[in-house]
Design a protein around this ligand. Structure first.
Ligand SMILES: *Cc1c(COP(=O)(O)O)cnc(C)c1O
Length: 237
C-alpha cells in the first residue's frame, strides 16, 4: 500500500470515528469538545503515526515500552509534537524507561509502580501525568491489571503525595464479555469518589473501538481508539 492510499484510509476512518463521537455526545447531551480522541497505535508502524500527525492527531497511545521507544526514536523531531500515552500493563522495572517517553501513564494500578515512576520522573526533573487504572471485572484479581475499586481512593491519596507525578484521573477497560454500560457506570461512581478527594483528577479515559458510545454516555472525557482507525491488529501470542 502506498503512503497516499494509507493516508486516505486513515483520513476516512478518523472522520468516521469523530462522527461517532459527535453523535454519541449529541445523544448524551454532551459537548463533543469535552471528549478527546486518543489514537491507539500499538502494533502499527511509526510511519502510520507520521501520517496521523499530518491529519491533525496529537495524542497517541502505546502499550509496550520497547515498541514505544523505538517509534519515538524513529519519529525524531516529530515525536516532540505528540503527546504520548502509556496504556499497557506496567512493571516496576520498566518505570524508568517509560518515564523517558510517556507524557501520561494511564495504567498505574498499584503503589510500587507509582513510586518507581515518581522516582524516575523526579530524576529527569519532569512531571508525569498519571491515571489510576480501575479493574471493572466482576471478580477482580486475575492478572489483567487494574486497581480494585475499593482501593482507588487510597492509591489516589498516595499518588498525590509523590513528587514528579500529577494525578489526572482514571482509566478502565470494560470487561469482555459483559455489559459496557454497567461497567462504565461503575467507573463513573469510582471516579466521583476520587474527585471528592482529588478535584483536579478530572480525566475519565474509557471506551474503545467497540464501546465508545457507552463510555460517552457515562461521562468519558477521553476515548482510546485503535482498530476502528488503524485496522485489525495482528494477533500476538
Ligand atoms: C488496545 C487498547 C485499546 C484500543 O482498542 P481497540 O479495540 O483497537 O480500539 C484501548 N485501550 C487499551 C487499554 C488497549 O490496550
Amino acid at each position: 500500500m502506498t503512503d497516499e492510499t494509507r493516508l486516505e484510509t486513515l483520513r476516512t476512518r478518523l472522520a468516521d470515528v469523530r462522527a461517532r463521537i459527535d453523535a454519541a455526545c449529541m445523544a448524551a447531551n454532551r459537548d463533543p469538545r469535552a471528549v478527546d480522541l486518543l489514537v491507539v497505535t500499538k502494533t502499527f508502524p511509526a510511519t502510520d503515526i507520521a501520517l496521523l500527525a499530518t491529519l491533525g492527531v496529537r495524542e497517541v497511545a502505546e502499550s509496550r515500552d520497547q515498541e514505544a521507544r523505538a517509534k519515538v526514536d524513529a519519529l525524531g523531531a516529530l515525536a516532540v509534537h505528540l503527546r504520548w500515552h502509556m496504556i499497557g500493563q506496567l512493571q516496576r522495572n520498566k518505570a524508568k524507561s517509560v518515564a523517558g517517553w510517556a507524557d501520561i501513564v494511564e495504567s498505574v494500578d498499584r503503589l510500587p509502580v507509582a513510586e518507581a515512576l515518581a522516582q524516575a520522573a523526579a530524576a529527569r526533573s519532569r512531571t508525569v501525568d498519571v491515571l489510576i487504572q480501575v479493574n471493572l471485572d466482576a471478580l477482580p484479581a486475575e492478572d489483567r491489571g487494574g486497581c480494585r475499586p475499593a482501593d482507588v481512593e487510597a492509591l489516589g491519596r498516595a499518588i498525590e503525595d509523590l513528587p514528579g507525578l500529577r494525578l489526572a484521573g482514571v482509566m478502565a477497560v470494560a470487561p469482555w464479555p459483559g455489559d459496557p454500560d454497567e461497567a462504565f457506570l461503575r467507573l463513573a461512581h469510582v471516579h466521583e469518589r476520587l474527585l471528592a478527594i482529588a478535584p483536579e483528577a478530572t480525566l475519565r479515559s474509557a471506551g474503545m473501538s467497540g464501546d465508545l458510545e457507552a463510555a460517552i454516555r457515562h461521562g468519558a472525557t477521553q476515548v482510546r481508539v485503535g482498530s476502528a482507525i488503524l485496522g485489525d491488529r495482528p494477533v500476538i501470542g
